[in-house]
Design a protein. Structure first.
Length: 67
């Protein structure tokens, strides 16, 4: 059941930026996180606990990115 009051805004692909991310190595899991938000050198997936590998991904820009 959809309980949202407002429709979901579609993000245009022209505003996307390429960022370095950690991708989950487990086949059935689609977990990922931006590298700049990790506190560990080699994080584990927060969803399934598997190891993660560095990759690049097109993501929406942040309004106030961390340095």
């Amino acid at each position: 059941m959809n309980m949202r009051r407002y429709p979901i805004k579609k993000i245009s692909t022209e505003n996307m930026v390429e960022a370095v991310v950690w991708n989950c190595s487990e086949k059935g899991c689609n977990g990922w996180m931006r590298q700049q938000f990790t506190l560990e050198k080699q994080p584990n997936c927060p969803h399934c606990g598997s190891s993660m590998s560095l990759d690049k991904k097109l993501v929406p820009p942040l309004n106030d990115p961390l340095p």
